[in-house]
Ligand binder design. Structure first.
Ligand code: FES
Length: 153
């Protein structure tokens, strides 16, 4: 398939179109998230469809999705064409699940913090915020020792 000059964008054009800085584009390229080619006069050019990939990186950043996850997602996407509508649906579903999980964690932490506000013990053993992996974890969320009598020896 012939790839004409209109199918490629210079780095300046990509910056103008996406608002992403040159250093960020270099960084994404080093991470293998986007790819450039050498055009006329050995100038670095980006296939036009990279704009879609860059858009996904921008969305991921807004959602606070780590770049390691973006790289995982991109590994399943073709590099020679833009992600399709279906690709984007699959990715957005995955990231929505991650946001939901994050929300659950924040809600649990908020609940525990609320318990701490009313407590103030800052006990390394009893406080779930200080000791999140303790054996009391299986007895519920929040300041368990405050809600239930402590029967541990
Ligand atoms: S300060 Fe966290 S449970 Fe007491």
């Amino acid at each position: 398939m012939h790839v004409g000059p209109d199918d490629h964008l210079t780095i300046g054009e990509v910056i103008r179109r996406t608002g992403v800085s040159a250093s960020a584009l270099h960084f994404y390229e080093r991470k293998g998230l986007i790819f450039s080619e050498r055009g006329g006069a050995n100038q670095r050019v980006f296939p036009r469809h990279m704009l879609r990939r860059i858009s996904l990186v921008i969305v991921a950043k807004r959602l606070r999705i780590p770049l390691s996850d973006v790289a995982e997602v991109f590994a399943g996407l073709p590099v020679d064409r833009a992600p399709t509508h279906k690709d984007w649906q699959r990715v957005s579903r995955r990231w929505k699940k991650q946001l939901e999980e994050r929300r659950r964690v924040i809600e649990r932490l908020e609940q525990e913090l609320t318990g701490c506000i009313g407590c103030g013990c800052l006990s390394m053993k009893a406080c779930l915020l200080l000791n999140p992996d303790d054996a009391l974890g299986g007895r519920g969320t929040g300041p368990v020792r405050l809600q239930q009598p402590d029967t541990t020896p």
